[in-house]
Write a protein that binds this ligand. Structure first.
Ligand code: CA
Length: 382
């Protein structure tokens, strides 16, 4: 079996209602998708991470010019061989950021092909399912004005609960006073200690403000405090871990086992959050997970993007062992972004429904999805 073609699709659409996280206003939705076809008729899909401010054309150019020529004609079952080939080839201009996201997209597509070739879901190829369903958490609470939206965000929390969510992550980083106003309003509105809350500032603050916010948040039962400072500032991650009683999470802006190695060696994280669309794909996720376990760090993947990245995340999380085993261990939870994304659920034929507070993990071969080409045609820009 040989790779016969690599097609790249850049999807974009502008939002009627832009929204903000701490780093800026999101005006459009975008995705970089890759479709790998084999000479015997198999087709695998992959997706590169594209956060709200990231132009999807960068990953597309990296795939087209740097990686497609490397994998054409190769055996798609050589997931590890091709990962190292792509990483080594791009080391001098890559190692982080969108170049690794481009590798991730190809890697995911190769695993999709492998699953179909062996007629197994990807999690089976990763060692089997540690779980067949996963509790989702609602990521939301974006701003539409910028500040002073506490009462609207409290109502949003009630909407998430009504939709079946038992956990939610609140976007903070809009000034500590505003952040705490929001937390207080949400907590009062929910008035239910069984609802788990997480917070995420998207590295809005420096160490001192992050510590002040963290101390104020200790009044609430927070499952984790995500990206309190910029990813480069590992010393502040260490300091916050030492000084706060809330678990510190991060890693969505880190890449490969080489990048995570530093975070683990320096004991900077309680919870590592690699994103399958940017950490180096399913292959790198395995390496990162093994290293996290060896360093006593929990892994709870970051999940973003359109339906293909979500599907790949579900497969990875199915196979993810818990770090700290017990009769009642802390299980990973599924990030389920609730912001408007027209080519997320419409892109595949089956949506991720919440049943009884859980999302079932697809058990058909590969990623277990069927991609709707009409949606790609509608939103594809090149
Ligand atoms: Ca985040």
């Amino acid at each position: 079996m040989k790779i016969a073609n690599v097609d790249i699709f850049v999807l974009k659409t502008s939002l009627d209602h832009p929204f903000a996280f701490s780093q800026g206003w999101v005006h459009q939705r975008s995705a970089t998708l890759v479709r790998i076809s084999t000479d015997n008729g198999l087709v695998g899909w992959g997706e590169a991470f594209a956060q709200g401010l990231e132009p999807p054309e960068i990953a597309a150019a990296a795939i087209e010019h740097a990686f497609k020529p490397l994998v054409m004609g190769c055996n798609p079952l050589d997931t590890g061989v091709l990962w190292h080939k792509m990483y080594a080839h791009s080391r001098d201009f890559g190692r982080k950021g969108t170049i690794v996201s481009a590798i991730s997209a190809i890697d995911i597509a190769l695993w999709d092909i492998a699953g179909q070739f062996y007629s197994q879901p990807i999690y089976q190829l990763l060692g089997g399912a540690q779980r067949t369903r996963i509790k989702p958490y609602a990521t939301g609470f974006y701003r539409v004005k910028g500040k002073h939206e506490a009462s609207r965000l409290a109502k949003e929390a009630l909407d998430h609960r009504k939709a079946g969510f038992c956990a939610m992550k609140v976007k903070l980083g809009f000034g500590i006073d505003d952040d705490m106003e929001v937390m207080s309003a949400i907590n009062s509105a929910l008035d239910d200690p069984s609802i788990e809350l997480m917070v995420d500032t998207n590295h809005a603050y420096g160490r001192s403000e992050a510590l002040t916010l963290g101390r104020a948040l200790e009044a609430y039962n927070i499952r984790w405090y995500e990206e309190p400072v910029v990813p480069e500032d590992i010393a502040s991650y260490q300091a916050l871990r030492a000084q706060l009683n809330i678990p510190i999470a991060g890693g969505e802006n880190e890449h490969t086992h080489y990048g995570f190695n530093q975070l683990f060696q320096l004991q900077a994280l309680d919870i590592a959050q690699p994103d399958v669309g940017s950490c180096g794909g399913i292959t790198a996720m395995q390496y990162i997970t093994a290293m996290a376990h060896a360093n006593g760090v929990q892994v709870n993947p970051h999940v973003w993007g359109a339906a293909i990245a979500q599907a790949a995340s579900l497969q990875v999380i199915a196979a993810l062992p818990v770090t700290h085993h017990s009769l009642f261990p802390t299980q990973p939870i599924l990030e389920y972004d609730q912001s408007f994304h027209p080519f997320r659920q419409q892109l595949i034929d089956s949506a991720w429904a919440i049943n009884d507070g859980f999302v079932d993990i697809p058990d058909s071969p590969g990623l277990g999805i069927s991609v709707n080409m009409d949606v790609i045609t509608e939103f594809c820009t090149e």
